[in-house]
Design a protein around this ligand. Structure first.
Ligand SMILES: *Cc1c(COP(=O)(O)O)cnc(C)c1O
Length: 431
């Protein structure tokens, strides 16, 4: 048969993209064209010219076990042959039940119930709704949420309301939930924060406190003090404020422990998960909570239930991916390489932290960040030059303002990590 050439294949993918696609977080009038990625394997992305890029941010902290991991593909493939999707209201299935059993074993001890959704924003949105309805069901009027300055919790309305990085949220600000903000704790400000909270708490109007424990991802991997956070959480718990740990970014081994919450004595009432939950294969969100939270909804009264539900709740394929990912996380191979990466970061940091062009560095687990000693816009010109420098040299890093951070997959090799480090060093010389 004569081979016909499809005219669409002659046109560049990035040009075809422009015709009908609207990308997230993008001002299309300013943004140059999108890079076409055709495949991914392990820690590497390949563009449609075959050029390789080390995925230094695990495609937004999702593909922590590497892209297209054979074990995860196998498990999801098998699940696909068995059960693809079923309504999760009135029905249940093995992958969801099994995932609940396995996750409960690794989550902080006080977590007992799992509520599924589709992404990180829905996971936090549900956490917020749980906190508000918890008090409503108990007949208490608490309509304010507490959050950290510069927090990020997602792009749906509740999540936007509690997010402090609101530079792009202007058009919606009039429609937000009422939120009180506190700075992240440092050794210097903790007493002031606690004193301020003592006064605020007298009003009895705070339903919940949502926070990214220890690392604020979108705020450019800003890190704060575990002891201070612990004291804030303890105080809030004394006043029956529900604590909502947004571990969408920090969850599943990135901080060196299974969850960032494992660093604190005071355990959250509610935990939000997504991103690495399904290892980058399919989207899923999860909001977990204590028996106490669940019991406030458990009633003979229908209306006291949590009437929230998404069509793809507990999708069996996503549950299978999450189960396989959790199995991998627990293996010696992954745990050992997490320790290796932690060590490599330390050595890199020792060699670079005193550089005159660096104002500060920080690390928790496999998360590493450094701030350049220059003034930069969050998405400004210099930032774009840094990004281009990395991409030209085959490293996908996404600087935020003057912060360069690494959050590479757990399976990244020493050679790949050295390539990332070398490119950061040459980038620093460039600025
Ligand atoms: C990414 C992120 C979210 C939002 O998740 P989406 O899946 O993008 O909706 C919420 N909270 C934190 C801490 C995140 O990093």
């Amino acid at each position: 048969m004569k081979h016909l050439i499809n005219p669409e294949l002659l046109e560049k993918l990035s040009d075809r993209d422009k015709k009908h696609l609207w990308h997230p977080l993008t001002q299309h009038k300013i943004h140059s064209e999108m890079l076409a990625i055709s495949r991914a394997k392990g820690a590497v992305l390949y563009d449609d010219n075959g050029k390789e890029y080390i995925d230094g941010i695990s495609s937004w902290y999702t593909a922590m076990y590497g892209h297209c991991h054979p074990y995860i593909l196998e498990k999801v493939g098998a699940q696909m042959q068995q059960l693809d999707q079923v309504v999760f209201s009135g029905f249940t299935h093995e992958p969801a039940v099994k995932l609940s059993e396995e996750l409960i074993k690794v989550l902080p001890d006080n977590q007992e119930k799992l509520f599924f959704s589709d992404n990180g924003s829905t996971a936090t949105e549900i956490g917020i709704k749980m906190a508000l309805q918890y008090h409503f069901n108990k007949g208490e009027k608490r309509n304010v949420l507490l959050a950290f300055e510069e927090g990020f919790h997602g792009d749906t309305f509740g999540a936007m309301s509690v997010s402090g990085l609101s530079v792009y949220n202007g058009p919606f600000a009039d429609f937000f939930i009422e939120v009180e903000r506190i700075p992240v704790p440092t050794e210097e400000n903790i007493e002031t924060i606690l004193n301020h909270l003592q006064i605020q708490l007298k009003q009895n109007n705070i339903a919940g406190f949502i926070y990214e424990p220890l690392v604020q991802g979108a705020a450019a991997m800003k890190m704060h003090n575990a002891e201070g956070l612990d004291r804030i959480l303890s105080l809030l718990k004394e006043h029956h404020v529900l604590t909502i740990a947004d571990e969408v970014m920090t969850g599943f081994g990135k901080t060196g422990k299974y969850f960032a919450s494992d660093y604190m004595e005071a355990k959250p009432d509610i935990i939000c998960l997504s991103k690495a939950l399904t290892a980058g294969l399919v989207p899923m969100g999860l909001t977990t909570c204590t028996e106490n939270v669940y019991n406030a909804f458990y009633s003979d009264e229908l209306a006291k239930g949590l009437f929230h539900g998404h069509t793809y709740t507990a999708n069996p394929l996503a549950c299978a991916a999450a189960l396989a990912a959790l199995e991998l996380l627990k293996t010696d191979e992954i745990q050992d390489n997490i320790q290796n990466i932690i060590q490599w970061h330390k050595e890199f940091d020792d060699g670079i932290k005193n550089h005159p062009k660096i104002s500060s560095t920080r690390q928790l687990g496999v998360i590493y960040a450094l701030d350049l000693n220059v003034k930069m816009e969050r998405y400004g010109n210099l930032r774009d030059r840094l990004f281009k420098h990395f991409m030209d040299n085959g490293v996908f890093l996404r600087p935020l303002g003057n912060t360069i951070y690494i959050l590479a997959p757990f399976i990244t090799t020493k050679k790949q990590m050295d390539c990332i480090y070398d490119n950061i060093k040459s980038a620093i010389e460039m600025v």
